[in-house]
Design a protein around this ligand. Structure first.
Ligand SMILES: NC(=O)C1=CN([C@@H]2O[C@H](COP(=O)(O)OP(=O)(O)OC[C@H]3O[C@@H](n4cnc5c(N)ncnc54)[C@H](OP(=O)(O)O)[C@@H]3O)[C@@H](O)[C@H]2O)C=CC1
Ligand SMILES: CC(C)=CCC[C@@H](C)[C@H]1CC=C2C3=C(CC[C@@]21C)[C@@]1(C)CC[C@H](O)C(C)(C)[C@@H]1CC3
Length: 613
């Protein structure tokens, strides 16, 4: 039975991942299964550390002040420059990177010095509060674009503070020992392993364990409610509950057949060796997965196939008349898929699990998803489900609903409102698939596990609730005046512009921070080595992409008029989803980036809507 060396509340020295620096940390928790301690640094960053990365404070000595002045400023200057411009580092991680660099260059043997220095700069160590340099003048304020200070200058400025909290980086027994180099290598290996391990969930979102049960029951029930509601002649809220159809009408084997065929058809298009192979963001293991980003191709081929089928006499209005059965069939597929995902996640290695999905509670983990990138050979299940069957299916259903409207209302062509809804949503999906690579830097792909929430969201929620506006219009003619039409189109285009530009800016920056086209942007360095954009779109609000998306959502509902709440459902749901996503992302980024995130939030004060929220 292993003993727990450090107890909750103990103040100890914790090594910062990727560096040899130790900072004072408080032990919050010990997880027996993973043998990891959750510790909190003074800047609020929480990390999981192995026992060997924790030392008692007595094993350290404060670093003598005089030695840090002996380095060559010229050399440090060249190394401390970041490819993308950064804000002045005096009170941020860059200062600590310089501090770390200084400390390491003194203690490492000359042959390893450069590599160590480079490593520490790449890591951009975030100091605990007391290592920060003083906020010396107004020019250090973020938002001002300045060159990086040479490391020496930063060090000298922060010297008084540094001495309170900097510690000798080497273990004492390494002093003067010729084997230091080999030890450093072993240390680096340990660091890599530590970074790869999946820490257990620290806090559970979505209401935790009881929340998981709630969502597992509520989400399918809500889709059923909406589908039944939109079929009511008078879908007003007062007309409640919607009539319950006979049990046998929920099931149609042919509908299940169509759903399965559609998914298989999309699988076939996905695996065709057509289109670019894009690299995902680095995983905790350092690996970068490859994704076949041929979504736009898949959409075009699907469109041609559907058109050919209609030409051959296929009646797409079947989708309208069997909406409920198709939704139920897709639900069954999503449950089977989620069960498979949950079972296979039991065999996944620790570093393949999402940080938030390994609570150990079956319902929660089933709902949230455990495995980050479940794959069958090169077939990435999460990426495929998010971008193909449901998303392209959404357009197919919208098109079928336009045909159903013509049939139901005896029209030669779809109504203006139906055309707007179809074109707007087609543009949204086509854009998502055209820029498919950008999905690789979104929360779902980078952080969320693949479980019921996303499987159901991708296969049921998107195709059967995002089409409600078109479904609503099938039997409810909604005339639009030319000025209303023009105003709605303008709103859609403005929203789309903000959405696309901001998403592309972040994606380009995450892929290549030194992209010359982004060199005008100001950034805040963080302890993880990644920077945060603090100007451009991401300097206006913290989620400019959500703002654009919400404006587009408004433009999708407006063509349906104000007679009922039902076509406004997407707008309301989306507002709640994005506000919740924003707060999930805030806590995740706070955990990841510590005080650099706080600094970003101080600089960019509003979350989604400038000057409002
Ligand atoms: N139609 C729909 O149903 C839905 C649409 N969407 C849309 O999908 C798109 C992606 O959304 P989502 O995945 O939620 O979130 P984002 O694409 O906004 O990704 C958030 C991540 O971006 C990074 N980031 C945050 N701030 C900065 C910054 N200042 N500089 C650089 N990187 C930053 C962080 O990740 P890191 O630092 O780790 O890179 C953060 O975790 C959005 O346009 C959204 O509107 C989303 C949900 C549903
Ligand atoms: C309530 C519930 C079941 C929520 C699940 C949420 C999912 C429906 C959404 C999570 C993120 C999504 C994204 C898109 C679709 C909806 C889901 C899956 C998206 C693919 C739509 C097209 C966009 O262009 C996009 C690629 C930016 C977007 C990415 C996020």
């Amino acid at each position: 039975m292993p003993t727990v060396k450090y107890q909750r509340g103990d103040m100890v020295m914790g090594r910062w991942p990727g560096s040899s620096l130790y900072y004072e940390v408080k032990v919050l928790h010990f997880e027996a299964n993973s043998q990891l301690y959750t510790v909190i640094y003074k800047d609020g960053t929480e990390l999981e550390l192995k026992e060997q990365d924790i030392k008692s404070a007595a094993g350290f000595q404060a670093r003598p002040r005089s030695r840090s002045r002996s380095r060559s400023p010229g050399r440090r200057r060249s190394r401390s420059r970041s490819p993308a411009r950064t804000t002045r580092p005096s009170c941020t991680a860059a200062a600590a990177a310089a501090v770390a660099a200084a400390a390491i260059t003194e203690s490492a043997p000359p042959s390893r010095r450069d590599a160590k220095l480079k490593d520490s700069l790449e890591v951009r160590l975030m100091p605990p509060e007391q290592t920060k340099a003083p906020e010396n003048n107004g020019s250090t304020k973020h938002g001002k674009q300045e060159d990086n200070e040479p490391a020496s200058k930063v060090n000298e400025k922060s010297e008084p503070e540094k001495n309170q909290s900097r510690y000798n980086l080497r273990r004492r027994k390494d002093d003067g020992d010729g084997k230091a180099e080999a030890k450093a290598e072993r240390l680096e290996e340990q660091e890599a392993k530590m970074a790869a391990a999946a820490p257990p969930s620290v806090s559970l979102d979505f209401g935790g364990k009881p929340g998981a049960y709630f969502w597992l029951l509520f989400l399918p029930a809500w889709v059923l409610f909406l589908v039944l509601k939109v079929n009511q002649e008078d879908p007003s809220l007062a007309n409640f509950p919607p009539p319950w159809p006979p049990l046998e009408s929920f099931w149609d084997a042919k509908a299940l057949g169509f759903v399965v065929l559609w998914i298989l058809f999309q699988v076939l298009l996905y695996i065709l060796p057509v289109g670019k192979l894009s690299e995902g963001m680095p995983l905790r293991s350092g690996e970068r997965l490859k994704y076949r980003t041929n979504g736009f191709f898949a959409m075009v081929v699907s469109g041609v196939a559907v058109a050919a089928a209609v030409q051959q006499g296929a009646d797409l209005t079947y989708i309208h008349s069997h909406f409920l059965q198709l939704a139920v069939s897709s639900f069954l597929v999503s449950v089977l898929l989620s069960s498979y995902l949950y079972v296979r996640s039991g065999r996944a290695a620790a570093e393949q699990l999402a940080l938030g999905g390994s609570s150990g509670h079956v319902a929660y983990d089933f709902f949230k998803g455990r495995e980050l990138n479940p794959r069958i050979k090169y077939f990435d299940l999460k990426f495929f489900c998010e971008m193909r069957p449901g998303l392209i299916g959404w357009c197919l259903i919208n098109f079928a609903l336009a045909l159903a409207e013509m049939k139901r209302q005896g029209l030669e062509a779809p109504s203006h409102a139906m055309i707007l809804v179809n074109l707007f949503q087609l543009l949204y999906v086509a854009d998502g698939l055209w820029n498919e690579e950008a999905i690789l830097t979104t929360m779902d792909l980078m952080h969320d596990g693949f479980g019921f929430m996303l499987a159901f969201g991708d296969l049921v929620w998107v195709p059967f609730t995002y089409t409600l506006q078109a479904y609503y219009l099938v039997s409810r003619p909604t005339p639009l005046s030319p000025p209303a039409l023009a105003a709605i189109v303008t709103l859609k285009l403005v929203g789309f512009y903000i959405f696309r530009k901001s998403n592309s800016e972040k994606n380009a920056f995450r892929r290549n921070p030194s992209d010359p086209q982004l060199s005008h942007l100001k950034t805040i360095p963080t302890a993880t080595g990644r920077s945060l954009l603090v100007s451009g779109w991401w300097g206006v609000v913290r989620h400019p992409n959500y703002l654009g998306d919400l404006l587009m959502a408004l433009a999708w509902s407006l063509p349906c008029g104000f007679s009922h709440l039902l076509p406004w459902y997407y707008m309301i749901y989306f507002l709640i989803l994005l506000v919740h996503r924003d707060s999930r992302d805030m806590s995740e980024c706070r955990r990841k980036y510590g005080s650099a995130w706080d600094e970003y939030c101080r600089t960019v004060r509003y979350r989604i809507i400038p000057r409002v929220y």
